[in-house]
Design a protein around this ligand. Structure first.
Ligand SMILES: [Zn+2]
Length: 371
């Protein structure tokens, strides 16, 4: 007979979670979330005090029936990405599946502290693990999960192979890059990629993958729906993952962007379907939204249009440095390593070099070579 010892399982669960956190915390660039900018702090839509603050995330009112969940990964990885919820008289919409089921549960609890209306759905803004690994919570609670029509397939393609995979085989190539590095800079970049990939492996291999059950055809967007005195609009834009959907509340000029906006940090552009020119066009459209638009980004602090300006400046700076090297014949790999973070962006966290700056330069080179 095999007696199940619950303490063994919970202990193991703890170790998995703790080591995932350790792997992410090892990223030198994970620095505490910055405080609200003054301009956002005095925004009358934004409540000066959060509804709830658990360290790893806080939930704040950002409009009439609108709430933003803002994560601080330096204090824990329960949610990791930002999200939020919209509450009308008849129904509510949750945004994001987060990094863990506990993260999705945390947000649901915050919703339930302000309203008991039925939940129409939870929307994954795109397929990335930090936005979807908690979907199982919604499945267990009968909440339909909406997402771009490609999300289910991309979760299966990208994360299912990591389940049961040999850790050493997955991480070996990244470890080798650290060992073979020819300079301190190259070693630091390689180490940041190894840390990020280790954490991705740990979370994707230990989570129960739960797929959205309500695919949204991007060619049918925009669509708007009424939650009861509150109208929300779903729109799809290119740039970050090829599966990105945003939620707009035009009457209040509030936009939940998912990862099409990284606020005050270097954008993650590693996805196969990320496109730098496409992303640039998307950000130009966001910049043309009302000047009083309040953005709930996928990562980083709440911001206004200045947040859009700053991510565009970051992309422009990477492009300007890369273009010089491209024109003088520097090879792409070398160019990716040579980029220098300007003083202006020294406080901008870099999730991992090979997830942000590296692929941005590689994709820019490919776009220029295709011309
Ligand atoms: Zn993402």
């Amino acid at each position: 007979m095999h007696a199940i010892k619950p303490n063994v399982f919970s202990r193991r669960g703890f170790i998995t979670q703790a080591s995932t956190f350790a792997a992410f915390s090892a990223l030198a660039e994970i620095i505490p979330l910055r405080a609200l900018d003054e301009s956002v702090g005095i925004d009358t839509r934004v409540s000066p005090t959060p509804l709830v603050d658990k360290g790893f995330a806080s939930v704040r009112k950002v409009g009439i029936g609108l709430y933003a969940t803002i994560s601080d990964p330096s204090k824990g990885m329960t949610t990791d990405c930002n999200g939020g919820f919209l509450v009308g008289k008849d129904a509510a919409l949750l945004i994001e599946g987060f990094f863990s089921a506990a993260g999705a549960s945390f947000q649901m609890e915050a919703l339930r502290s302000v309203s008991q209306v039925p939940v129409m759905a939870a929307l994954d803004t795109h397929y990335h693990y930090d936005h979807t690994m908690g979907n199982a919570f919604y499945g267990a609670n009968g909440v339909p999960v909406w997402a771009h029509a490609s999300v289910a397939q991309r979760i299966v393609e990208n994360y299912a192979p990591l389940q049961g995979a040999d850790k050493a085989a997955v991480l070996g190539p990244f470890e080798k890059r650290v060992q073979d590095a020819k300079s301190d800079t190259e070693r630091q970049h390689a180490q940041s990629d190894l840390n990020a990939t280790t954490a991705l492996f740990q979370v994707a291999s230990s989570s129960l993958l739960a797929l959205p059950n309500h695919p949204i055809d991007p060619t049918k967007l925009p669509i708007s729906f009424d939650l009861g005195g509150l109208t929300a609009v779903l729109e799809s834009y290119p740039g970050h993952s090829g599966t990105d959907i945003i939620v707009r509340v035009p009457e209040q000029n509030v936009v939940y962007t998912g990862d099409l906006l990284f606020s005050g940090m270097y954008p993650v552009a590693v996805d196969d379907k990320a496109t730098i020119s496409g992303w640039g066009a998307t950000l130009a459209k966001f910049a043309a939204f009302d000047k009083d638009t309040l953005f709930v980004p996928g990562h980083g602090q709440l911001c206004g249009q200045e947040g859009i300006s700053s991510i565009r400046e970051v992309f422009d700076d990477i492009a300007a440095q890369a273009e010089k090297m491209f024109k003088s014949g520097v090879l792409v790999q070398e160019a990716s390593n040579r980029y220098v973070v300007p003083d202006k962006f020294k406080k901008f966290p870099i999730f991992a070099w090979g997830f942000t700056i590296g692929p941005t330069i590689t994709k820019l080179y490919a776009e220029w070579q295709a011309k």
